[in-house]
Design a protein around this ligand. Sequence first.
Ligand code: FMN
Ligand code: SF4
Length: 627
Amino acid sequence: MKTPYPHLFSPLQIRGLMLKNRIIAAPMGIIPSHKIISSVNYGGMSALDRSLGGCAMVHTGGMNHLDKYELDTTVEDLSVAHQNGARAAYELEFFSLPDEEGFVRGPSAGIRFDGMKMKAFDREQMDQLIADQVRRVRGCLRLGYDALTLHFGHDSLCGQFLSPVWNQRTDEYGGSLENRMRFPLEVLRAIRAAAGPDFPLILRISRQLTVPESYSENEMAAFLKAAEGLVDMVNISCGMDVVHAGNVHAVPTIFEPHCYNAEFARRIKQETSLQVCLVGAVMSPQEAEAVIAEGIADAVMCGRSLIADPYWPKKALEGRDADIVPCLRCMHCYHIATEHWNIQCSVNPRFRRENRVPLIPQPAAKRRRIVIVGGGPAGIQAALTADQRGHEVILIEKQSRLGGALKWASAGPFKEDLRRYWDYLLHQVRDSTIDVRLNETATPETVENLKPDALILALGAEPVQPRIEGAEHAVQALAVIENPKLAKRRCVIIGGGTIGCELGLELAESGHEVTIVEVSQQIYAQANHLTQTALFQHFERAESLHTLTGCACEQIGPDFVDVCDGSGQRQRLAADTVILATGMKARKSEAMAFYGICPETAMVGDCNRVAKILEATNEGYFLGATV
Ligand SMILES: Cc1cc2nc3c(=O)[nH]c(=O)nc-3n(C[C@H](O)[C@H](O)[C@H](O)COP(=O)(O)O)c2cc1C
Ligand code: SF4
């Protein structure tokens, strides 16, 4: 079969294992939501999508304790993963759980970055750790796993032994690099002996932990040289698990480049005989193909792109790139981002809901006329889903192009992923039978004349016009996003929400002097924890960017802004451009005027409640799927 990605879809041998292509689904400890809701085990359905979707190898969740119930579900997970010829890998984790007194084990006693108290391992406990892992390795072999991924990355125990931040031992396991490598290498030797010479072992590492005084990339390269012969492939990751500051490098946000760990992967490929597998924001088949073709790595490991679209490998193989749903790197699938307040995927409503969201929406029992007012992400998603189900769909948009808020939300250097998503939506609409009516302002009368069987109102939101003296001297943030030339050298941004902060960073990084004035104590408050952390890391590096929190804007002049803090202290800020980023408000009252035309009427997306793409897409999908 001819494919546009010949390197990506070439087979790969790892010891005694043949992979059909170079795409490995990353380990992602995700609890399917149906397990939480009903405690009924439907099997590892996410793994099912990934194996049917064309990955060569899938990591399944599994058996930490090897008790009888876990064994049972793991056998089923394996069977699911093996469908369609995929192979199954198990991630062997090396983390210490808290004991009865609340201590975790580590190389040295102390306090971990996340505040956990640590006790140092003694020799007997280190032997016990190795014995436990060997027992799990034997269990994996017996169950029929095809490969093991040994998690030495992030802040796993073996990574801690390597790192002087965690490891302050004074015995032969601490101090010099040779000493710090000693225990991790002992673990590898024991696992290799248990696994046998022909069994594929993949070593997952962080090229750096992204905290000061940890091991250097040179030290990690030396460790990997020492691991040659013990493992077959190294999986190059970055960052840590236990603190947000490290998480944002393990699961790179929109503020980091794609293929985040490529340079170190290339180096290890050149300096060692190990096979190399790159992970971290490999976002498209084009990027994955380039990684293999340019000799950066032998394989790619993908996490979120396979949550957004588990079927992207199959689509890429068949040359259906335009049907691949791009991941936004918004982090919502990662429980840490919201501390479990909102784990969903922004672009894949089936994620964690494989038992209730079918792969292809159920055909409608009866074809009906669905009128949708507003062509932003919510309206488009509702239209696409209703169209897929066989309804007659009329989508009315007053602008000359579909996309709504995506027009400005996808502008700027950090929004490449969102731009791809917009392109994807436009392509899907072009490929559908939706009757799109652009440049048309819907009114209750025009909609009534269409005689809809169901009406979906997706009118979106509009910028809030603040009542500040002299506001006529300012420009709206959305105007600056559309035309960055409106921003002169010294910019004062009124409002430190999502739009204000992201625009502020973009302007500062392109040479402007920026002050963000926020009335509350917290900037970027609507973003999830991880996206926040990543933005703040970039704020710290942007020398020309300043923030004033707890400060109200009292007056705007032609070249100044007067602000006042909570204690009544006033100051005048010089400004060449004053930018209003004072939030968005739902077009709810406009939408209310459409009620009464037909009994089946619903609001969706920002016009109901100003939120994110996640809410727009998921609400749009479920409305389209049930209307
Ligand atoms: C929802 C989610 C769960 C994850 N769980 C794990 C895990 O259990 N073990 C692990 O080593 N990495 C885990 N990761 C990290 C991924 O394996 C991967 O390294 C990371 O997401 C970067 O790849 P990506 O940019 O393709 O998403 C998780 C990531 C996500 C998004
Ligand atoms: S939730 Fe966001 S980051 Fe996670 S897969 Fe979906 S789009 Fe990507």
